[in-house]
Design a protein around this ligand. Structure first.
Ligand code: SPD
Length: 355
């Protein structure tokens, strides 16, 4: 009996052991399958890549897309400058593309892998920041301005000076951005937002220090504050204002009469990208007219792909601030890469925030 039970014990042990090995094998196989899926790591602005765009690419190409966000071009630069981020796709604005090219942080694009490049309108190509688009492909374009709740803010704001009005103390937010924010004060003072005159920049700095006690928050994701009703006005990017207006229809947007900034955000591949081929497939996918239309409808920024317009509703195509009038366009400036003087903007902004 003793012999019998020990024999059976060893049979059961062997069976259990086989089962265990089998389970480990199956688990490692399943795990191995998901691990072996290529992963595309995207680093972008919030509200820029929708779940629909992400999962559409995942399903069609059998890969995983992970999206991480940043709040300013300078945050993106800081992260990339450290190296080895693992990001495959980034979306710097115009002047930051120029800075990144000079700093040798970007990979040259292989146009053969991006046949949909030909879908882009020439109006958005060959700009000063990447004269032959060797490193960048335009994603969207927009402006900075003031979003306001028209059921509360009266009269309708038409000047940046409203952001110095005591009446709105603690009721508005300002972008937390070393170029946009000094830029708004420079425009209010009648200067270029690309000034390299230290005295003009100093005047803008003093204005922003004076404004500080009135500001509820410095925040780039103003959409959330506007929807929640935490602020009645926000210095923000246009698409974010229009996205907020979808949820809270009394939100309107204006570009002040003194003028403002305009931008093109671009898709680029960092030099250190682990999956360059997949990144180029992703860029090509973004440039399909129907996909690009979805991007514009989601972000509420303009499309650089004319054929995408066939898939867009009238209210976007005729939107006076997504496609500004010639008069408004004249009042806008591109933020430029000002070389060494750029540091003075960052220093001024740090000093303002430290006050
Ligand atoms: N939520 C998307 C915001 C995109 C902003 N682009 C930045 C432009 C900076 N000049």
């Amino acid at each position: 009996m003793k012999q019998f039970s020990s024999k059976w014990f060893s049979v059961i042990s062997v069976t259990k052991c086989n089962l265990l090995l089998y389970t480990i094998f199956m688990l490692s196989f399943v795990g191995g399958c998901s691990d072996s899926k290529q992963q595309l790591n995207v680093f972008t602005w919030s509200g820029y890549v929708s779940d629909e765009i992400r999962t559409g690419f995942e399903e069609e190409f059998g890969v995983k897309v992970v999206v991480d966000t940043y709040g300013t071009n300078e945050d993106l630069l800081a992260k990339l400058s450290v190296g080895g981020t693992g990001y495959d796709i980034i979306m710097p604005s115009d002047y930051m593309v120029s800075i990144m090219i000079k700093s040798k942080l970007l990979a040259e694009l292989n146009r053969k892998n991006i046949p949909n490049y030909s879908n882009i309108s020439p109006n958005y190509l060959n700009k000063y920041f990447d004269p032959e688009n060797h490193y960048s492909v335009p994603y969207t374009f927009g402006t900075a301005g003031i979003a306001y709740d028209s059921s509360i803010v009266s009269p309708t704001p038409d000047s940046w000076t409203v952001l110095w009005d005591e009446k709105y103390k603690n009721q508005f937010s300002i972008l937390d951005d070393p170029r946009e924010t000094p830029g708004l004060a420079l425009k209010m003072l009648g200067y270029s937002l690309n000034t390299t005159d230290p005295e003009q920049l100093n005047q803008a700095k003093q204005k922003l220090i004076e404004q500080k006690p009135l500001v509820k928050q410095y925040k780039n994701e103003a959409e959330e504050l506007l929807i929640a009703g935490d602020v009645v006005m926000a210095h923000c990017w246009s698409g974010d204002a229009f996205r907020a207006a979808d949820k809270r229809p009394t939100i309107k947007y204006v570009i002040p009469k003194e003028g403002s900034s305009q931008f093109i955000d671009n898709v680029c591949i960092p030099k250190t990208a682990p999956h360059k081929d997949l990144a180029e497939k992703f860029i090509n996918y973004l440039l399909r007219p129907e996909i690009n239309a979805k991007i514009s409808a989601f972000t509420k920024y303009g499309t650089c792909v004319p054929a995408a317009k066939e898939h867009l509703p009238e209210e976007i195509l005729k939107h006076e601030y997504i496609y500004p009038t010639a008069e408004v366009l004249q009042s806008l400036e591109w933020i430029k890469d000002q070389g060494d003087f750029t540091q003075q903007y960052s220093r001024a902004w740090e000093e303002i925030k430290a006050k």
